[in-house]
Write a protein that binds this ligand. Sequence first.
Ligand code: AMP
Length: 113
Amino acid sequence: MNPLDCIFCKIAAGEIPSDRVYEDEFVLAFRDIHPQAPVHALVVPKKHMKNLLECDDGTAVAVLNAVKAVAKSEGVSESGFRAVTNCGPDGAQSVEHLHFHVLGGAQLSGRMG
Ligand code: AMP
């Protein structure tokens, strides 16, 4: 995919509005437009990469640190949360720009698939 056509690249560039909850040099986090839990944020690298398979070591560290920061700032680090990334068609990835979902704020289902 051309990054110019990528919705999360456009959000990172400020071309599409988002409800931002975290930002640093490498990573942005914003609320999911269709939340599946009381807390549902998406943590995305600013650099375009399709999914986890294209993620370099530095980005992996930056994204996971941002997941922790979002869990704390959204108030779910003590109560618990889920961080998950969908990868490819069978993984139900619908946006082809790496993102971690951070879900919490209620008891989540134990089902993972
Ligand atoms: P996935 O299915 O894992 O690729 O997740 C993509 C997520 O992006 C879904 O939960 C969507 O609700 C969310 N999403 C799509 N467009 C936007 C947007 N413009 N702002 C916020 N979240 C979005």
